[in-house]
Design a binder for this molecule. Structure first.
Ligand code: ZN
Length: 396
């Protein structure tokens, strides 16, 4: 949700411009501040930001997007696996990377293409695992994660053969694993073979998925369950989300993953069902992490109207229900509201700036902040905090 001032909105941010009475009500009930969710030196990605918000140090535990999504999709990596996110990408006839999402490949087409590629190019060492549409996974038994890969969405318009995988400088020798150079060779052969198969053999007539593109390598994550970090405070936690990467973080954090029918991860998600699921989950859980993706998707599409709609729907169809329900006389439920990171709707990329946060705890004196946005929250009693403080503040 967080964003920068936009000229078309009279210099306001989307959060300031949108009508958000329930966010603002929560801000009036609670204490607000700014939270740095992307630690210095790390990319402003959802996985890094959400790990940080949950109190983990991403510099220590972050193993890349692949292992988190694998866990989120139900695959349990073995100890010697190296897991990567693997996109279906589009490449022009003159060798330019033109798309990170396989030319809008559908879920069914994506599954079929990955099954075909795994069948033809997979081996005992290397396996493709189908995910959703253009987002898939690659597992290499004994592969090295010490390789340099390029995230496809950051390199649209580049010559794709310049973006191939290379071994990291000073890659360590790891007993029982391939060298970084051998891993890079294996991956580059896979990229080229997949391009040959998809674009030259005619198996792929309906969409522009032209090649596999593996990136974000990592080993199985070592993340302590939240219950072990907050004994007596969190005995049972739950996560509600439509995205595999947040499901994966939830899995490693020891949270129960609650599936909500109608939750899509888009602006059209069923907000009411997610709100109800969170309220229900609080009957059996101490802690519920409820994740809404729509505003981020709208930002990547560069669609300001859609982003405003996503924000207003999150306010009126989700936050309103939760605040109404949990703000009763005898309620002992605390509520925190925050974006995971900035996503600029004008530039269509994430940003590392500190995000606004409001924490409401029954019985705690509110501060004077009366609106939930990037500048109002900066005046709040919580001040500016590093992400690891969020769980501390919330759990207190
Ligand atoms: Zn995003």
């Amino acid at each position: 949700m967080a964003d920068y001032p936009i000229e078309a909105l009279g210099g306001l941010t989307p959060l300031q411009y949108a009508s958000t009475p329930s966010f603002d009500r929560l801000a009036r009930m609670g204490r607000s501040g700014l939270l740095t969710t992307v630690p210095d030196g790390l990319p402003p990605s959802s996985d890094v930001a959400n790990l940080a918000i949950l109190g983990y140090n991403p510099a220590e535990v972050y193993e890349g997007r692949g292992v988190l999504e694998a866990a989120g999709s139900g695959y349990r990596p073995g100890p010697d696996d190296m897991v990567m996110r693997c996109n279906l990408v589009s490449v022009s006839p003159d060798g330019i990377l033109t798309g990170h999402n396989g030319g809008g490949v559908t879920a069914e087409e994506g599954r079929q293409l990955i099954a075909l590629l795994d069948n033809r190019l997979g081996s005992d060492r290397m396996r493709l695992i189908a995910g959703d549409r253009y987002r898939h996974l690659l597992v290499i038994k004994g592969g090295s994660k010490h390789i340099v890969c390029n995230a496809p969405h950051d390199h649209i318009g580049s010559e794709w053969m310049r973006l191939l995988v290379s071994p990291a400088v000073n890659a360590p020798d790891e007993p029982g694993r391939m060298s970084a150079a051998a891993t890079a060779d294996l991956l580059n052969a896979l990229i080229k073979d997949s391009h040959h198969l998809l674009s030259c053999t005619g198996v792929n007539k309906r969409c522009c998925a032209d090649a596999l593109w593996p990136w974000s390598p990592g080993y199985p994550a070592r993340i302590a369950p939240l219950a072990s970090l907050w004994p007596g405070k969190i005995e049972a936690g739950a996560v509600i989300t439509a995205t595999d990467v947040i499901r994966g973080i939830g899995h490693y954090a020891g949270l129960d993953i609650i599936d909500v029918p109608g939750a899509t991860g888009t602006v059209d998600t069923c907000y009411e069902a997610k709100a109800r699921a969170a309220i229900d989950a609080l009957r059996t859980h101490d802690f519920v992490f409820l994740h809404i993706e729509g505003a981020d998707e709208a930002s990547h599409e560069g669609d300001l109207g859609l982003k405003l709609q996503a924000i207003e729907r999150t306010d009126s169809r989700l936050t309103r229900i939760i605040v109404d329900e949990l703000n009763g006389e005898n309620s002992d439920v605390g509520i925190a509201l925050l974006p995971d990171h900035f996503t600029s709707v004008e530039r269509r990329v994430h940003g590392s700036d500190p995000v606004p946060v409001t924490i409401y705890i029954p019985g705690v004196e509110p501060d004077s902040v009366d609106a939930f946005d990037e500048t109002s929250c900066a005046e709040g009693a919580l001040g500016r905090q590093p992400a690891r403080e969020f769980m501390e503040l919330f759990m207190q």
